[in-house]
Design a protein around this ligand. Structure first.
Ligand code: PLP
Length: 379
């Protein structure tokens, strides 16, 4: 029996999405740029899919550009915003807990001469709106802040950042990496007040290899690549119609059951925290998460990599941090200023509405067994 508790890393493809992809790859295989009837139909379906994704973000279809993934959306948004603002300044505000898809392009810009203010979270993983307001300068051209942190599940004050930018009068564009927030916390792009917002398909039941960037109407940005003029000339390359069809199907399905799903995940998370606390008095909660699907705990005295392997042998799958770290210590847990034994034993648990209480019971039993069978550096 498998117990998958790593939905923030990726999700299984929903049957509706797989079906939509199959149909787009077979009977609907045409190139949407071709001019004959079935190709024009493919182009029309593409626009319907764009409208479905846009609707889920409270956006207009023309504000959605399909990309290959969240990482591409983040890189494009950041580089294009800096290029657009180059005559006004070179200062960036971001947080120390962003995903590498934001951290790395900003670090690269810092090496090229941009000045960067890295906002530090408090011990609970939160950033205060006043920190954003205090960091803004006349030459700030980009603020990039994620909506939901992928390792600790905290919500960041994106709408408040938008307000602070408006009030400061600085020329900054606001980018939000909403990859972990999309269909996990209710929001629209307008409510957040963002200029740019990234989402990714594989976190919501679509296949890997599809994402989107919301680009506020009226905002002119340069493309990352040059080519055949697809996606209004902003993201050239023959459209991946199968992935887009699957993305839209997953979005439609996710939206249809959104409020029940959010309640189910919040209840499961509470249950998980309860059974873990009951089974392991030594376990510490790093973050209960504001979002319903992610929380982080630690077993001080144990190494999370060893725990992950021990649990994996019992069919229980979770992460010691973001799956993207590949064994390196998590910069997010480190940014919280946790004591070393807490950092060493940190685990991220992430849920879906299809997670069961049995999955969480198995985790609690697995960790209790690990505590008995593994050597603790604290004992
Ligand atoms: N941003 C966040 C917050 C994420 O969690 C991830 C994936 O883990 C990404 C960006 C990157 O998305 P993708 O895997 O689609 O490139």
């Amino acid at each position: 029996m498998e117990h998958y508790l790593d939905y923030a890393a990726t999700t299984p493809v929903r049957p509706e999405a797989a079906q939509a992809a199959l149909s787009a790859m077979t009977e609907g295989f045409y190139n949407p740029s071709s001019r004959y009837a079935p190709a024009r139909q493919a182009a029309q379906r593409l626009e319907e899919h764009r409208a479905a994704v846009a609707a889920a973000l409270g956006a207009r279809p023309e504000e959605i550009i399909f990309t290959s993934c969240g990482t591409e959306s983040d890189n494009w948004a950041i580089q294009a915003a800096i290029r657009a603002g180059r005559h006004r300044g070179r200062h960036i505000v971001t947080t120390a807990v962003e995903h590498s898809a934001v951290l790395e392009p900003i670090r690269a810009l810092e090496r090229e001469g941009c000045s960067v203010t890295w906002l530090k979270p408090d011990r609970s993983g939160h950033i205060a709106p006043e920190q954003v307001a205090a960091a803004l300068r006349e030459d700030t051209v980009l603020v990039s802040m994620m909506l939901v942190n992928n390792e600790v599940g905290t919500l960041l004050p994106v709408a408040e950042a938008a307000r602070a930018i408006r009030e400061s009068g600085c020329p900054a564009l606001l980018h939000c990496d909403a990859v972990q927030g999309f269909l996990k916390v209710p929001f629209t792009a307008k409510e957040l007040g963002v200029d740019l917002l990234s989402i990714s398909g594989h976190k919501i039941g679509a296949p890997k290899g599809i994402g989107a960037l919301y680009l506020r109407r009226g905002l002119k940005l340069s493309p990352l690549m040059l080519g055949g003029g697809q996606e209004s000339g902003l993201r050239p390359g023959t459209e991946p119609t199968a992935q887009i069809a699957a993305f839209a199907a997953a979005v439609r399905a996710g939206q249809a059951t959104l409020s029940q799903d959010l309640t189910a995940m919040a209840e499961l998370k509470e249950y998980g925290l309860r059974v873990l606390a009951a089974a392991l008095p030594q376990l510490k909660v790093i973050s209960p998460g504001d979002a319903p699907h992610i929380f982080a705990v630690t077993l001080p005295g144990y190494k999370s990599e060893v725990l992950v392997r021990f649990l994996s042998d019992r069919g229980i799958y979770l992460s010691s941090g973001s799956a993207c770290h590949r064994g390196k210590p998590s910069h997010v847990f480190a940014a919280l200023g946790l004591p070393k034994p807490w950092l060493d034993g940190a685990l991220r648990i992430s849920l879906s509405p299809r997670t069961t209480r049995a999955d969480l019971d198995a985790l609690a039993e697995g960790l209790a067994a690990a505590r008995e069978q593994l050597f603790s550096t604290l004992s």
